[in-house]
Design a protein around this ligand. Structure first.
Ligand code: NAP
Ligand code: GLV
Length: 333
């Protein structure tokens, strides 16, 4: 029997790629940019497995283009909003993802962005680079204190909790909003209080977003949400761009209705160089690097490869985003 054919949508760290090459006939997309739609549709034809990135929309059209032998989709990300999960489930195709291994790395970035926006670090660095630093100034680049402030966490899952652990070290008051204010032992341990979204928006000095992108969370942060925030509030988004309405964000920052924002994710992504958002001094944007450490990307690649190979062998994926696929027994190998 020949090796199973798979399409790998980008060159990923060797920790994963080596495993895939050993056992598969792998077509690896070599370019820096993702395959264009037509290219993706043509490259997946006849494959049994797809290793996708969050930049690849994997929907019914892609699954049809691949054909009925497609047995597994493995996403190199924890978020799976780029994949039509219902469609995959309907076709009994398990979808793998990479939860956990990127939690601390992403929480580090969220906290770094929070500190950077609060203390105007990027603005300060630009000021020095531009040769504008003449003296110590009593009114120069005044920011907001992080220590002792109130932190509102939207989405109290793995990354939300990891941010809360960091906030404890800064003596912050921690509020969180999650669909169910259920008994959560982690919340008690962290001294975190579950509140409704409106209370969180009104009372927080810093607001950090850690929900998945779903129909319920799309544009969750809109004009109304900004109108509830303190004028000194700092918003950080390391989850998914479309959770924040970009036009409402522009208005809130431009009119100084909030103090600052910092984004790792944007709508659209990438943000065009002529986006009005990039004209604002009180906004920091970095290019979706939440999980971008050498070690974490290696672990993600390995995990994504393990999911892919398990699916090809007809075994249960170690990290499956649509476990319902197994409800009526295992998909056929
Ligand atoms: P997670 O553990 O599943 O946490 C998500 C939390 O959000 C869960 O507690 C979930 O509650 C809650 N939630 C879902 N819908 C909600 C809603 N409508 N309102 C309030 N809370 C809601 O996921 P994670 O590992 O922390 O990752 C979170 C997200 O971060 C990912 O989906 C991904 O989009 C993003 N991410 C970005 C980067 C980056 O590079 N910037 C890196 C990693 C992850 P339930 O469990 O009850 O549904
Ligand atoms: C990155 O954004 C992820 O979802 O892993």
């Amino acid at each position: 029997m020949g090796k199973p054919r798979v399409f790998v949508a980008r060159v990923i760290p060797e920790e994963g790629l080596a495993l895939i090459r050993e056992t598969c006939d792998a077509d690896i997309w070599p370019a820096e940019l993702p395959p264009a739609r037509q290219e993706l549709l043509s490259r997946v034809r006849g494959v049994e497995g797809i290793l996708s990135l969050l930049t690849d929309a994997i929907d019914a059209e892609v699954m049809d283009a691949a054909g009925p032998q497609l047995r597994v989709i493995s996403n190199l990300a924890v978020g799976v909003d780029n994949i039509d999960l219902d469609e995959a489930t309907r076709r009994k195709i398990p979808v793998g993802h990479t939860p956990g291994v990127l939690t601390e790395t992403t929480a580090d970035l969220a906290f770094a962005l929070m500190l950077a926006a609060a203390r105007r670090i990027v603005e300060g660095a630009r000021y020095v680079q531009a040769g504008r630093w003449k003296t110590w100034g009593p009114m120069l680049l005044l920011g907001q204190d992080v220590a002792g402030a109130a932190l509102g966490i939207i989405g109290f899952g793995r990354i939300g909790k990891a941010v809360a652990r960091r906030a404890r070290g800064f003596d912050m008051r921690i509020l969180y909003y999650d669909p169910y204010c259920r008994e959560d032992p982690a919340a008690q341990e962290l001294g975190a209080q579950c509140v409704d979204l409106e209370t969180l928006l009104r009372e927080s000095d810093f607001i950090t977003i850690h929900v998945p992108l779903t129909p319920q969370t799309r544009h969750m942060i809109d004009d109304r949400a900004f109108s509830l925030m303190k004028p000194t509030a700092v918003l950080v988004n390391t989850a998914r761009g479309p959770i924040v309405d970009p036009e409402a964000l522009y208005r809130a920052l431009k009119d100084h209705r909030i103090f600052a924002a910092a984004l790792d994710v944007t709508e659209p992504e990438p943000l065009p160089a002529d986006s009005p958002l990039l004209t604002l001094d009180n906004l920091i944007v970095v290019p979706h690097i939440g999980s971008a450490s050498v070690a974490t990307r290696g672990k993600m690649a390995r995990m994504a490869a393990e999911n892919l190979l398990a699916g090809l062998r007809g075994e249960r994926l170690p990290y499956c985003a649509n476990p319902q696929v197994y409800e009526a027994g295992m998909p056929s190998a």
